[in-house]
Ligand binder design. Structure first.
Ligand code: ZN
Length: 149
């Protein structure tokens, strides 16, 4: 990974931290979950509006570090308008992207800014910060499944 690419990744992450997209609590959600990363102290809440198998809205609130907040912001952008199956595929690819074992070319896997999360791979202690929003999204999905049983 070149230094230029690192700089680009850092700029994207800082921009999402400064101006998080889809930020703020949502009153009329269909799914919600809270996530907590004890290592860093990151806390966030994900709010979803899911209609059939379409993710219509993704919002979040957070008291967390820059990596966590920018990951949540990028996730909200990436998952809005996706079907649940498409979102699952994105979730899997982000998991691959953040796994240190794989030498993936992030910019080939992703057209969008999510590729910037690949920059986090160099900092093993921060990977949980980046994955917390994604795991909280899954928790929100499963929370609904449990409540309808
Ligand atoms: Zn963190």
């Amino acid at each position: 990974m070149s230094d230029d690419l690192d700089d680009l990744y850092q700029d994207i992450i800082l921009d999402h931290n400064k101006r998080p997209r889809h930020y703020g609590a949502l009153a009329d959600y269909t799914h919600t979950a809270e996530g907590y990363n004890a290592i860093c102290g990151d806390k966030l809440t994900i709010f979803l509006v899911i209609n059939g198998d379409l993710i219509e809205t993704v919002q979040f609130e957070a008291a967390c570090c820059a990596i966590c907040k920018s990951s949540a912001s990028m996730m909200s952008v990436a998952l809005t308008g996706k079907t649940l199956a498409e979102a699952e595929a994105v979730f899997q690819r982000v998991g691959d992207l953040l796994s240190n074992d794989l030498n993936l070319k992030a910019d080939i896997l992703f057209d969008g800014e999510i590729a910037a999360l690949a920059g986090v791979r160099k900092f093993a202690a921060r990977i949980k910060c980046a994955t917390l929003p994604w795991h909280t999204y899954i928790a929100a999905l499963k929370g609904s499944a449990l409540s309808t049983d």
